[in-house]
Design a protein around this ligand. Sequence first.
Ligand SMILES: [Zn+2]
Length: 270
Amino acid sequence: MLLIRDVARRVLWDTLSLMVDVDCPCGAPPPAPCPACRALLASGPRRVEARHPALEMVTGADLDAPLGPVELSVPLMPLVAATDYDDRTRALVLAWKNGGRAALVDPLSAALRPAWDRLLAETGRAGAVSPVIIPLPSTLRARLRRGEDHTAELARHLARRTGARVQRPLRLHDRGQKGQGVRGRSVRRLGMRPGWRPPASGVVLLDDVATTGASLRAAHRAVVEAGGVVHGALVLASAPGPSPGISRSGRGKMEIPRSPDRTVPSTSRR
Ligand SMILES: [Zn+2]
């Protein structure tokens, strides 16, 4: 019953948005997205794993670094974003997720297609059997509000554009807990559906927006613990991370500046 109502509502919205010219979520007059928002979505995919602190994997320490001990880390996985998270992309994503503008899934999934190609090319998967797309599950509250899981919907549209398959083995274990993320944001606690069999072609994770990367990290761990191979992750938009060189989470981490001038970082700790 609930399902029928939700489908009817979506069909109605989609039909209305085709019949009626609606403003772009950024406030510009029709069409939506407006040319400026379309240009932003077409601005080209970018590798962003280095922006998201939760996607770092500590591999060791350099005890002899010139400025004192330094943690060495590598990215957990490649992360490709279709664009950056700014006021314009925020308006687009929120209108799609919470504003009933379901038809926006079309331009948004189109923006993900070059990101998909780039991820496959840079991980040596181009031409190989497509990885399976695994969307991160929305919170229960978000699903109740929208009547559907928007990231799964995005995954279906991306799959149509790429010929890849979608699987949805990730499950929310319980409500997100506050305070685990680097910025104190809630983090989704994720596990795998029992009996999931990892695809031989590996998987690509999909989420709408990456902030700290903590949810992607949790998803990566869940898939790997179940025996899966994660080639990387895709997001519509990546929020800029903290500026480099600043210690985070009380870990006492610091980074060596890339410039030869090593007297600069007064924020570094020994
Ligand atoms: Zn716009």
